[in-house]
Design a binder for this molecule. Structure first.
Ligand code: NDP
Length: 444
């Protein structure tokens, strides 16, 4: 029996309905088995038991009035997971699928990711089952104001610093910040991903997608390869996907397919990113419209089929569990050489097993998509300094951080005798810093 099996049991007993949370903790605990065998002091001090239990979980009612004058009620969440190495930090997700399990899994992953950035930020996550799709600007604003009217009492620039995630972009962060400032009468860096006119950082919008490509490029360079002339699939067409596609193209790759939650577009000529931005960022419309402008492109209903397109590199950037074992096997038989996660937990455990068994380079999200939160931490630094750095300066720091994360994962994997298993490397390296801080701070 593995040393940490009883902790897996405990997670199941305490969270019987939380499938995503169990999936995320199982993966990490499996990697940490090697650490537990080496460090009995972590077992004696209950580090594993404590690290899988959130420090605080807040659930609240969010009432708001729609354009018809009807009262609507949503549920709000903030899970403050671990503050051993810094204030809680992690995004807010607005999507109808949001529940406590999803927020806990995201908060748990966030702790390790934030640790890997090397910056002083703890882990948290929040959101609501509110669906921004089809809502007017006025409805979005009223919802955000109501959400912040409860959330403000739990957060602060030195306590807990939320940001965006699925369904929460610049517009939502702006409304949330406006309400926070109004209630607290304080102007500070309590949220990141802010607009450039009120404390936002240059390159934050691009950071997760660009960072994903910097990580992937570092991983490929280590094998004497690169993005140059590679065919690439990027799932999703939101914030992460769009800027991953942009950087991939700048590095010489050709993106041939992208998707949204309704379907995917395959364009053998290479995706026209300006057109995708116009459809998704400017008009907030459906990706299907792409083929109306580009007759050579093909649109297919249903997003799962995107993985049947032939590619060298796959960058899943939409949502959790979007790439399953069957999709992984299709990618492998089509000759994929690298899969790096822009989304959080987009590959199912069986898909990951298939990639590792086939020696496909696999970059786990908690490492490869850490560029967003790293740049958020740079936004916090700029807010504290009351300074703004140039795009080039932030982008250069981001690139350095992502290359460093890759090498930390690779070196840690090697040190634990699992060369090229960047999942094990990321889990252990992320854990070690938090564990050391927890040991130093006593039983809290
Ligand atoms: P956005 O809301 O900007 O975009 C999400 C994209 O994924 C959209 O194209 C959306 O389609 C699609 N999508 C959402 N849900 C589903 C679903 N159930 N099935 C298929 N497609 C879906 O979000 P982000 O780009 O910010 O986030 C994407 C992923 O990246 C998430 O996993 C997030 O946690 C992760 N991430 C984001 C970071 C950031 O800085 N934003 C940082 C690190 C990770 P549609 O347009 O139809 O809704």
């Amino acid at each position: 029996m593995a040393v940490l099996d009883h902790i897996k049991e405990e997670v199941r007993k305490r969270n019987p309905h939380d499938a995503e949370f169990i999936q995320a903790t199982d993966e990490v605990l499996l990697s940490l088995e090697l650490v537990a065998q080496k460090h009995p002091e972590y077992i004696e001090n209950g580090i594993f038991e404590r690290i899988i239990e959130p420090e605080r979980q807040i659930i609240f009612r969010v009432p708001w009035v729609d354009d018809q004058g009807k009262v609507q009620v949503n549920r709000g969440f903030r899970v403050e997971f671990n503050s051993a190495i810094g204030p809680y930090k992690g995004g807010l997700r607005f999507h109808p699928s949001v529940n406590l399990s999803i927020i806990k899994f995201l908060g748990f992953e966030q702790c390790f990711k934030n640790s890997l950035t090397g910056l002083p930020i703890g882990g948290g996550k929040g959101g609501s089952d509110f669906d921004p799709k089809g809502k007017s600007d006025g409805e979005i604003m009223r919802f955000c104001q109501s959400f912040m009217t409860e959330l403000y009492r739990h957060i602060g620039p030195d306590t807990d610093v939320p940001a965006g995630d699925i369904g929460v972009g610049g517009r939502e962060v702006g409304y949330l910040f406006g309400q926070y400032k109004r209630i607290r009468n304080e102007y500070n860096g309590v949220l990141t991903g802010k607009g450039l006119t009120f404390g936002g950082s240059l390159a934050r919008t691009e950071a997760t997608g660009y960072g994903l490509c910097y990580f992937t490029e570092a991983m490929l360079n280590d094998k004497n390869d690169s993005f140059q002339d590679k065919t690439v699939i990027v799932s999703g067409s939101g914030n992460v996907a769009i800027y991953a596609a942009e950087k991939c193209m700048q590095l010489g790759g050709k993106v041939v397919a992208m998707s949204d939650s309704n379907g995917y577009v395959y364009d053998p000529d290479g995706i026209d990113l300006a057109l995708v931005k116009e459809i998704k960022e400017v008009r907030r419309a459906r990706l299907k419209e792409y083929v109306g402008v580009k007759p050579n492109a093909v649109y297919t209903e249903g997003c799962k089929g995107i993985w049947t397109c032939k590619c060298d590199i796959a960058l899943p950037c939409a949502t959790q569990n979007e790439l399953d074992e069957e999709a992984a096997n299709t990618l492998i038989s089509n000759g994929v050489i690298a899969v790096c996660e822009g989304a959080n937990m987009p590959c199912t455990p069986k898909a990951i097993d298939a990639f590792l068994a086939a020696h496909v380079l696999y970059g786990p999200g908690k490492a490869s998509n850490a560029g967003g939160v790293a740049t958020s931490a740079l936004e916090m630094s700029q807010n504290s300094l009351r300074l703004s750095w140039t795009f080039e300066e932030v982008d250069a720091r981001l690139k350095g951080i992502m290359e460093n994360i890759y090498h930390t994962c690779a070196d840690t994997a090697k040190a634990y005798d699992c060369p090229d298993n960047f999942m094990v490397g990321a889990n252990i390296a992320g854990f070690e810093k938090i564990a050391k801080a927890m040991m130093a701070q006593g039983i809290v």
